[in-house]
Write a protein that binds this ligand. Structure first.
Ligand code: TRP
Length: 334
């Protein structure tokens, strides 16, 4: 708890560009949590180097991501949006927790198995202990809730195990975090394969709408979206492509699927796709304008980066000092 509020932590990698799926499925919901929770949103650059990165590109993408969060409406006075590498406590707690994590546990992590298959030439120790650093991220802020996708649930589970193990030895040091199951925004699927989730790492650029796509690009991608030969706008599990387009349209316009089906009764897919494209462009336009504006306000963004890193450091140090004392490190002489 911080100032009577529960703590919410989430980390995000600055790899790939955020998609409409990230926005509707996650970011848009976060905007509603700003008052209820004390939130920390970390751009997790320590995690990113578990895979080889181009340094200039990593730096620029990290800054873009941070700016985009603010442009999307996360108030940087209320939400602590910061770079993980600016708070040394993550790495320090990570090391300590390494010593409370078993190799047997890490061997079971499916993301490690997937990523080592994908990067067979660089199976480094950081990739292996990735979940422990993630545990450190979360536990460092005495986090109550963590909004995560399904693919990260196993990492949250190991975080809880590590925390419980530590607490069993040393007393109540860490808050045990819970996954945050929020109002689920519709899950947005790929425009090229509606069986697959829309992903920022999809190789087919037509499959995803990126938050910074301009209007023409958005409309073109929707025109090419995969549908079916039913030639009927209906909301059912068979017409997966149309189902996805209806979900997107509803998320943008706050209409219900029933209303949408009525609105487009007797109309063709072409008309509908155009309307969906326009609704998405209208949704993203204000965010994009704010983004381009903020990108120019370099010193404003810099001051946010600085202030939020200080705030994060303050809470991180509190936990870290407690942990260091518990495990038997000598007190610093001041
Ligand atoms: N591993 C997460 C992902 O790839 C990112 C992440 C790092 C994270 N630390 C975290 C998510 C802590 C939630 C909490 O999506």
């Amino acid at each position: 708890m911080i100032d009577g509020k529960k703590v919410l932590f989430s980390g995000m990698q600055a790899t790939g560009n955020l998609t409409l799926g990230n926005y509707i499925g996650a970011l848009k919901n976060w905007l509603e949590l700003q008052d209820e929770y004390e939130t920390f949103y970390s751009v997790v650059d320590l995690h990113s180097i578990t895979v080889r990165q181009d340094p200039a590109e990593l730096r620029s993408r990290a800054r873009k991501l941070l700016t985009l969060y603010i442009a999307a409406g996360l108030d940087p006075e209320k939400n602590c949006i910061y770079y993980q590498s600016h708070v040394s406590g993550h790495a320090e707690l990570g090391w300590i927790l390494d010593c409370f994590t078993y190799m047997g546990e890490l061997n079971r992590m499916t993301q490690f198995k997937d990523k080592s298959a994908k990067h067979a030439d660089n199976i480094n120790a950081g990739l292996y202990t990735y979940p422990v650093l993630m545990a450190a991220d979360i536990l460092l802020y005495q986090t109550d809730v963590v909004p995560v996708g399904k693919d990260q649930l196993q990492h949250l589970e190991i975080t809880r195990d590590i925390a419980q193990r530590f607490n069993a030895i040393y007393g109540d040091v860490f808050t045990i975090p819970e996954p945050y199951i929020g109002k689920t925004g519709a899950k947005i699927m790929s425009l090229q394969d509606p069986e697959k989730k829309m992903s920022k790492s999809d190789e087919n650029l037509n499959a995803s709408i990126y938050l910074m796509d301009d209007k023409d690009t958005i409309i073109r991608k929707f025109k090419r979206a995969v549908t079916d030969s039913e030639a009927r706008i209906a909301y059912n599990e068979e017409q997966k492509g149309i189902h996805n387009l209806i979900d997107i349209y509803c998320a943008c316009t706050k209409k219900t699927p029933d209303e949408v089906v009525k609105e487009f009764e007797g109309k063709g897919y072409g008309d509908f796709k155009l309307a969906v494209g326009e609704s998405v462009a209208d949704l993203l336009n204000p965010l994009q304008e704010r983004f381009y504006q903020m990108e120019k306000e370099k010193s404003y963004i810099d001051s946010i980066i600085k202030n939020n890193a200080e705030k994060a450091n303050y809470y991180a140090q509190k936990t870290l000092r407690k942990v260091q004392k518990k495990v038997g490190f000598p007190e610093k002489i001041r």
